[in-house]
Design a protein around this ligand. Structure first.
Ligand code: FES
Length: 151
């Protein structure tokens, strides 16, 4: 699968983030393995350490297997001041997982993220491609039930 994704891209180092996203998004467990990172680095003639540091810099990448829905709660100051800790607490209690963990059924992974760029809607979080703002305990509870119902 990786070869077919790489073949769509020119061997240009500017393509790094786009390739990493494409590879990660094609996988149901939504993560980048060490082998994939090495192969992408080799394809773009970049040091593996360079690719690894890009992966660890951006919170939308992961080197750990993830669940079907990745929940990322913003941890930056405006969200923190608007009670994002309570959101995390609610999610952790309802899903029975801690930060950076995946539910046993493989449905949800919980992660922190840096600012999502929607601070006027703090506290905010993202589930997959969708962002949610002005969250509170009831709204988060309803969202989790909605995602559970999607399976
Ligand atoms: S600080 Fe949370 S969205 Fe900007």
């Amino acid at each position: 699968m990786l070869e077919s994704i790489l073949s769509k891209y020119p061997k240009e180092q500017d393509m790094l983030i786009e390739i990493l996203l494409d590879v990660q998004n094609q996988k149901t467990d939504q993560y980048l393995s060490e082998a994939e990172i090495e192969q992408i680095a080799s394809y773009l003639s970049l040091p593996t350490a360079h690719v690894s540091s890009a992966v660890s810099f951006y919170t939308f990448f992961s080197t750990q297997r993830r669940g079907e829905h990745v929940i990322q709660v913003c941890k930056d100051v405006p969200c923190y001041l608007n009670d994002s800790d309570n959101l995390v607490d609610t999610i952790q209690k309802q899903l029975g997982i801690g930060m950076h963990e995946t539910t046993e059924d493989g449905m949800f992974t919980l992660e922190p993220t840096s600012c999502l760029g929607i601070c006027d809607g703090a506290p905010a979080m993202r589930i997959g491609e969708h962002t949610y703002t002005k969250l509170n305990k009831d709204r988060v509870t309803a969202l989790l039930a909605e995602y559970r119902g999607k399976r």
